[in-house]
Ligand binder design. Structure first.
Ligand SMILES: [Zn+2]
Length: 277
């Protein structure tokens, strides 16, 4: 008999801005699905972007999360940060390198022009100098070979998140619909890093503005800080986020401790097929 793996998911904010309702939606899905499946939630500060991350944002995010009442099973005291474990990324790169899968690439984003990367640098034998990015070969992957380190020497989001999810044994990746396109690349990369069974990927709806664009950090009136300052309770903020993506019919108070109830019968949230490929 097949026994499904335990549900281990994560909430992984980047300290590049303050929490807004879009993050609250993600937290509802992460803690809700974990709670409804007797799973665990890991907290991870995704600070791989050393240029844009600020300690100020990290402490604000943690404080807002505590205020909302979302309690992680691991990674809160002390906060687990990607930057605490730089060796994980170089070890993962070394592993891919041993398998002959890594090559240098000098293409700029402009050069590639938003299209899938065609692998033009695969056999050029470029040196791994400053100014060259590093890519990993992903055979048969329609989006092309994945950039793992950019031209400035920073690990990319796709690489860092996959290394961490693999190392931490995350079995459910719960994230916004906007990231669905990267699922097959992350599954392929995780396999190359030694992961046997792929994670289940769940993609949830996003809050969009009247023009249909994803909520951004600059959307002032949706910031958790602003809503707090306006006198809203944590339950009201969570309720507002839940209603914005149709988890409830109308904004009503939802305490963080009961978000699992929203997923007792999950009509709008089935694991994406991408995870099984
Ligand atoms: Zn290239």
């Amino acid at each position: 008999m097949l026994v499904p793996p335990p549900v281990i998911t994560r909430f992984a904010p980047s300290p590049t801005g303050y929490l807004h309702l879009g993050h609250v939606v993600n937290a509802i899905y992460v803690w809700g699905l974990a709670g409804a499946n007797r799973g665990r939630v890991l907290l991870r500060i995704e600070d791989h972007d050393r240029v844009r991350c600020r300690p100020l944002y990290e402490s604000a995010i943690l404080e807002d999360l505590d205020w909302l009442g979302f309690v992680a099973d691991e990674g809160r005291h002390p906060p687990a940060r990607q930057s605490d474990r730089p060796g994980d990324f170089s070890d993962a790169l070394a592993r891919l390198d041993r398998d002959g899968l890594v090559y240098a690439c000098d293409c700029s984003r402009k050069h590639i022009g938003g299209k899938p990367y065609d692998g033009r640098c695969r056999n050029r034998g470029l040196p791994r100098d400053a100014g060259h990015g590093l890519r990993v070969r992903l055979e048969g992957e329609p989006s092309g070979d994945l950039l793992v380190r950019d031209r400035d020497g920073h690990w990319t989001y796709q690489f860092a998140v996959t290394v961490d999810d693999t190392r931490q044994g995350v079995t459910w990746v719960v994230r916004g619909q906007d990231l669905a396109d990267s699922t097959s690349r992350q599954v392929a990369l995780a396999r190359l890093l030694g992961r046997e069974a792929p994670a289940t990927f769940v993609h949830h709806p996003l809050i969009v503005d009247p023009e249909g664009r994803k909520l951004s950090k600059s959307a002032g009136d949706t910031g958790v800080r602003q809503l707090r300052a306006a006198g809203l309770t944590p339950e009201a903020v969570i309720g507002r986020a839940a209603a914005a993506v149709g988890l409830t019919d109308a904004p009503a108070d939802v305490p963080a401790s009961s978000v699992a109830r929203l997923f007792a019968d999950p009509p709008s949230c089935r694991p994406a097929e991408g995870g099984a490929k």
